[in-house]
Design a protein around this ligand. Structure first.
Ligand code: IPM
Ligand code: MG
Length: 354
């Protein structure tokens, strides 16, 4: 196949890890006879630095016209004092909204050999393999009114969900659960928030379409605790934008490093694939970043974005092969193991594909 892939390397370590994923995709194309055309576009702090908005029109149009988008990271502390619309994050929030990527699928599992890298006892972590489905274009992130009083005396954000917004993301959660452990946990704060009461009602209604899936509900504070105490008990979690943001970072830390986690942001059109980690400006350009999150995101791009399941499986197998060979980037290297740099780690994955 021929596929047009837009690259949004973005800020910090974004360019480092996107380069790794492009190397892997290029090799996959050679081996399996696909042609991937890559076009790089500006987003976030990189775009702001060039005097453009955080999401230039040309970037938005190219993404919408693409077959899939691969994003590195967005965020730059030098813009920390700017209003929300002039921060790099506005680019990411803008592209999610423009492409209507309402479902963010964030799988978190223990990679073989990394059972010891996280903060949990290996016997508690063993068998962990969960997916957080995070609603991505609504909730507190986009609700209006929002703003800070000019005199700094107060600020407001609005958490709002409509019934159709809840229904469509719930269906993504149910379908994923149907294809694996058949258990869906909906996470909310229904003991306090009206938005969560509606969320719970609507998810419970959608459950009637998926009789083979067992639905449970959990309050977000309890869910966060259980994630730390017994992560292997989870199958698929569906939740709103803010709770999903928080729980997916927690899931990443539990699995050993946030640098390991991929994600797919899906809507009706092309998908956007990005690691869960941020821009990590302190290690940008230093050949230190863990490329696994982005390479695994490229695998999701192949399977969920382009329908190339066999190729995606080969990429994940190559990551496992390299981990089994003992190579570790700095974030997952135990004491006494010399860390491998981003480039060398990537080269090993590319070599393992053949
Ligand atoms: C994420 C990030 C973003 C978010 C930031 C960078 C705006 O934390 O993708 O999880 O909060 O959605
Ligand atoms: Mg986050």
């Amino acid at each position: 196949m021929t596929a047009n892939i837009v690259l949004l390397p973005g800020d910090g370590i974004g360019p480092d890890v996107v380069k790794s994923a492009v190397d892997v995709l290029t090799r996959v194309g050679e081996i399996y006879g696909h042609r991937f055309n890559f076009t790089s576009k500006l987003i976030g702090g990189e775009a702001l630095r060039q005097g453009l908005g955080a999401l230039p029109d040309d970037t938005r149009d190219a993404c919408k016209a693409s077959d899939a988008v691969l994003l590195g990271a967005v965020g730059d502390p030098s813009f920390d004092n700017r209003p929300p619309a002039e921060r790099p994050e506005a680019g990411l929030l803008g592209i999610r909204r423009e492409m209507q990527l309402f479902a963010n699928v964030r799988p978190a599992k223990v990679w073989p050999g990394l059972e010891q890298s996280g903060p949990l006892k290996p016997e508690i972590l063993a068998g962990t393999d969960l997916i957080v489905v995070r609603e991505l274009t609504g909730g507190l992130y986009y609700g209006k009114p929002r703003g800070i009083e000019p005199d700094g005396s107060a600020a407001v954000n609005t958490m709002i969900y409509t019934r159709p917004e809840i229904e469509r993301v719930a269906r993504v959660g149910f379908k994923l659960a149907q294809a694996r452990g058949k258990r869906l946990l909906s996470v909310d704060k229904a003991n306090v928030l009206e938005v969560s009461r509606l969320w719970r009602t609507v998810v419970t209604e959608v459950a009637k379409e998926f009789l083979d899936v067992t639905l449970a509900h959990e309050l977000v504070d309890a869910a966060a605790m259980k994630l730390a105490l017994a992560p292997s008990k989870f199958d698929v979690i569906v939740t709103g934008n803010l709770f999903g943001d928080i729980l997916s970072d927690e899931a990443g830390a539990i699995c050993g490093s946030l640098g390991l986690l991929p994600s797919a942001s899906l809507g009706e059109g092309p998908g956007l694939f990005e690691p869960v980690h941020g821009s990590a400006p302190d290690i940008a350009g230093r050949d230190i970043a863990n490329p696994i999150g982005t390479i695994a995101s490229a695998a999701m791009l192949l399977s969920d974005g382009l329908g190339l399941a066999k190729e995606a499986a080969a990429v994940n197998a190559a990551i496992e092969h390299v981990l089994a060979s003992g190579l570790r980037t700095a974030d997952i290297a135990p004491a006494g193991v010399k860390p491998t740099g981003t480039r060398a780690f990537t080269d090993a994955i590319v070599a393992a594909l053949a």
